[in-house]
Design a protein around this ligand. Sequence first.
Ligand SMILES: O=C(CO)[C@H](O)COP(=O)(O)O
Length: 154
Amino acid sequence: MRVVVAADNAGALLKNELRDLLAGDERVSEVIDVGVADPSDDRAYPVLGLAAAEKIANGEADRGVLVCGTGIGVAISANKVPGVRAAVAHDSYSAERSVKSNNCQVITFGSRVIGPELAKKIVTEWLGYTFDPASASAAKVARITEYEQVHAAS
Ligand SMILES: O=C(CO)[C@H](O)COP(=O)(O)O
C-alpha cells in the first residue's frame, strides 16, 4: 500500500510522527510526503490537502493521511478532488466505518484535537480495513461517484 501524507503548519509535527509510523509498517510499501516539512512553512491547508488527494486521484498513492489544526480543512480540500473520499476520524469506530461504509481512501486528523498516541493507534488500525465492493454500502458510495461524474467540470 502506498500512502501519501500531508499537513499544514498546524499539523506538520503530527504528520511527521504518522509518516514515520507508516514507514515502519510492513503493510506500507511507500510513504509519499508532500509536505509541509515543518511548522515554518505556512502554506495553507488547501494547498496540501489538494496536492495529497491528487496523488490518489492520479494513481500514485492508494491512501492518504492528512493533518491540519482540526482535520476539517484538509478533509474538505481532499473531498474536492474527484474520486477522493476523505473523513475526519478521531475515534476507532469512525476510522473503521470511513473505510467499510464510505470507501474513504483518506483519513484526517486535527493536531489541536487528538494526541499523537491515539492518532497512531487509529492509523495502525485503519491500515487493516478494506472496503467490500459486494457489501450493501457499495451502492451508496456508487451514488456519490455517479453524482460526481455527472457534475464533473468539462
Ligand atoms: O485547522 C485548520 C483548517 O481546518 C487549519 O490548520 C487552521 O486554519 P485557520 O483556523 O483558518 O487558521
